[in-house]
Design a protein around this ligand. Sequence first.
Ligand code: NAD
Length: 472
Amino acid sequence: MQQHADQYIGGVWQPSLGGGALEVVDPATEQVIATVPAGTTADVDAAVRAARAAARAWGASSPEQRLAALTRLRDGLAAHQQEIAETVVAELGCPIGFATGVQAALPVAVASAYLEILADYRFEEKVGNSTVYAEPAGVVAAITPWNYPLHQIVAKVVPALAAGCTVVLKPAEHTPLVARLFARLVDRAGFPAGVFNLVTGLGTVVGAALVEHPEVDLVSFTGSTAVGRAIAETAGRGIKRVALELGGKSANVVLPGADLARAVNVNVANVFANSGQTCSAWTRLLVHQEQYEEAVAIAAKAAAKYRPGDPTSPETRVGPLVSAGQRDRVRGYIRSGIEQGARLVAGGPEAPADLPTGFYVQPTVLADVTAEMTVAQEEIFGPVLSILAYRDEEHALELANGTQYGLAGGVWAADEATAVAFARRLDAGQLDINGGRFNPLAPFGGYKASGVGRELGRHGLEEFLQAKSLQF
Ligand code: NAD
């Protein structure tokens, strides 16, 4: 078992200023595989001071200097994809195929996209008698969750550093090992001391201390809406900027005339990817009432192919959930759906019979779900698909927009123009038209309770900039 006692602060690994440890558990074996320091407010203070001390010089560096260092970091990420994937399998329980293809590869794509944007970005422009400078926002606290642990780090840290900000990262409790690997790669890329700092620990201790720290200028947070709300309140009192990527309850709307089989099969793959732990997952499938039973049958058949199993095996498509708590929560949601009248057509709340160890949940499909059911409203964050019937387009729109969330979704129609017209009426930040592909250059973020601000693309870089205008 690896026992780590250090934090990465001011360009060196140094002992944490408290004695506590956090255990990292392999969700497939339920064994403790490592410990990392449970950081303290003193660690946070040291890290924020180091970030503040480095901020002026890094903020004044040229975009070319930042591009050179970030290119070395991207190359480091690209060269360590195997180790990254294995780490994410061990601490998240993510199947190795998905860990390699997405958890390790996506951060490389996102970092590369930011290199492209930085190379072309104009940090200075003339507006009438003014010169407007895009200056860094200052010291950034990055607080990340466990479900795409490296992607979420890269989607914050890379644009923040590209903008000229300095960063203190607080990764999720369940997945600190890939964050430590990232810190090693930052160290090797040769950034000036203090530009990037890592403090592992509890959200309520390290995360809260970062949000409250007077020397933090901007908090970039990804996680639950409940914690996001608390962070926004505290940051508001301190007049800090926030960027919040929160939960979702995204709808995939299949309009009449669309390729139903493809739309349903893609939806099933989407919702079970990463064992159902994706904030932008299409957890609600909306189908016209006349095609409803056909869609349910296709979904049930597709779901049967997703058997949970050992995440280290290349054949496995669904692994365990990240923790016992998450497993119990998801099973509770499945039970509540059945109690409230949903029809179970695949999976169920019981543990998979062949997997006595590990935090497994059966990939589940619930039919006859109606808008007022808990499973139609709340984020489950597990492999559970709810299928709802709509009467007409207006009803589909009302259902799709009828939750507190507005992160993502899909629209399928016979032609693109019809799908686009419908998508423009949805309250969500990113929508895939007839199965459109993910684009790391496009902004990602939520409407309504799904968040504030955008990550990725030019919009993601601009979250970490502030404008200064000089008049002549
Ligand atoms: P969480 O909100 O409990 O934790 C997220 C991070 O915040 C962790 O690092 C945690 O330690 C920290 N934290 C917890 N309490 C804190 C506090 N009081 N002050 C400061 N930091 C605190 O969420 P989670 O359980 O880790 O992740 C699952 C949730 O995240 C889901 O709701 C999911 O939808 C959401 N999520 C959203 C996105 C997105 O891009 N919109 C991406 C991934 C996950």
